[in-house]
Design a protein around this ligand. Structure first.
Ligand code: CA2
Length: 151
């Protein structure tokens, strides 16, 4: 059984505590449960992580590239948070690791401030999703399972 690695970037540990109008009221622990269910339904194992540190996310993407090359990983669902809009390091890591990444955003970043309209992740990602709320994580798991099945 392959693993789906779900990576969450800075401040996503605050989910459910503030800004419910933008991000909803589910906590990150709720999102992890939702991903567990989605992975079980699609025959995937879940590895769910969060970090506020760019370099930690870079290291996890490198690790993911190795696991995917070994046939153990379906790919990565990445909500890079605000690093989406700033991080050439994450862009380079995804390219360098040659790992399948689904870029995910809870909110519709294109309907928000102009500084959220550009993503350094998108050109390196296989797929991009935004604006489905936290249910987007379950949709992304389904999408990743589909990509893995056709690989
Ligand atoms: O919509 C998304 O998922 C984002 O990736 C979330 C990031 C934001 O910087 C991106 O532009 C879009 C922010 C995550 C912070 O989440 C919080 C949740 C509750 C309270 C405070 C922050």
């Amino acid at each position: 059984m392959k693993t789906a690695l779900v990576l969450n970037g800075p401040n996503l540990n605050l989910l459910g505590t503030r800004e419910p109008a933008v991000y909803g009221s589910a906590t990150l622990a709720d999102v992890e449960q939702l991903c567990e269910k989605a992975c079980a339904a699609h025959g995937l194992k879940l590895d769910f992580r969060q970090s506020n540190h760019e370099g930690v996310l870079v290291d996890w993407i490198h690790e993911a590239g190795q696991l995917q090359a070994q046939g153990k990983l379906a790919g990565v669902i990445l909500n890079a948070g605000a690093y989406t809009h700033t991080s050439i390091a994450l862009h380079d890591a995804i390219k360098g690791a040659a790992v399948t990444v689904i870029e995910l955003h809870i909110s519709n970043v294109h309907a928000r401030e102009a500084f959220r309209h550009h993503s350094y992740i998108s050109p390196a990602a296989k797929s991009v999703m935004a604006g489905f709320g936290v249910q987007g994580y379950a949709l992304a798991v389904a999408g990743l399972a589909g990509l893995a099945a056709q690989a």
